[in-house]
Write a protein that binds this ligand. Structure first.
Ligand SMILES: Cc1cc2nc3c(=O)[nH]c(=O)nc-3n(C[C@H](O)[C@H](O)[C@H](O)COP(=O)(O)O)c2cc1C
Length: 169
């Protein structure tokens, strides 16, 4: 693994993220990963921050609520499409996604949550702030478009404490 600055790959992240990356969470001995398409990297509170958005209905939501950290693993060059599809359509409540997709949980360097082997770029984050979306503060057309079932996201702002690329990938 080779350390990179949190903002070295902003262009790649913003281009790749919408088609899918892995958000991995751990609570006790339970580990789960799900596909995310939304997120931002920026600078707040004097720190580099990765913000991810998790709907209340996700198993990931249950685990991240019991945790203070998460990791994001980003596959490059259209890699891991099948795995992203599985992890973005099945729930960890019903499947062990690591087993089903043959995913490798690579231990985190600074956090106790693994990253996903086979991905080029990894971020390890400690949650410093979270906020459930309040529909009263949301543009009505976003509310109608994205939340017809009122399954709102909670936004998790994680301080990026490690970012690195896997030169083997
Ligand atoms: C390309 C793609 C992007 C997605 N982005 C998000 C996201 O940003 N936030 C979210 O809550 N769900 C997102 N999902 C849906 C979850 O990945 C999906 O509901 C998953 O099955 C939840 O798994 P879990 O129940 O194990 O947490 C996305 C799905 C796909 C296919």
């Amino acid at each position: 693994m080779q350390d990179v600055k949190y903002n070295d790959y902003l262009k790649e992240v913003t281009e790749i993220l919408p088609s899918g990356s892995f958000l991995t969470v751990k609570s006790g001995n339970k580990v789960n990963t799900m596909t995310i398409g939304w997120g931002t990297i920026g600078f707040i509170w004097g720190k580099p921050i990765f913000m991810v958005a998790v709907r209340d209905s996700r198993y990931t939501f249950n685990l991240i609520e019991e945790s203070d950290q998460f990791t994001v693993s980003i596959p490059f060059d259209g890699a891991m499409k099948e795995e992203l599809n599985f992890c973005g359509t099945r729930s960890g409540r019903d499947y062990d996604k690591f087993k089903e997709c043959n995913l490798t949980a690579v231990p985190g360097i600074k956090v106790d949550t693994p990253v996903i082997g086979g991905c080029k770029l990894h971020y390890e984050c400690l949650i410093r702030f979270k906020q459930a979306i309040d529909p009263n503060n949301l543009a009505p057309f976003f509310d109608e478009k994205w939340y017809p079932e009122k399954d709102y996201h909670t936004l998790y702002f994680g301080e990026i404490v490690a970012s690195y690329i896997d030169e083997q990938v």
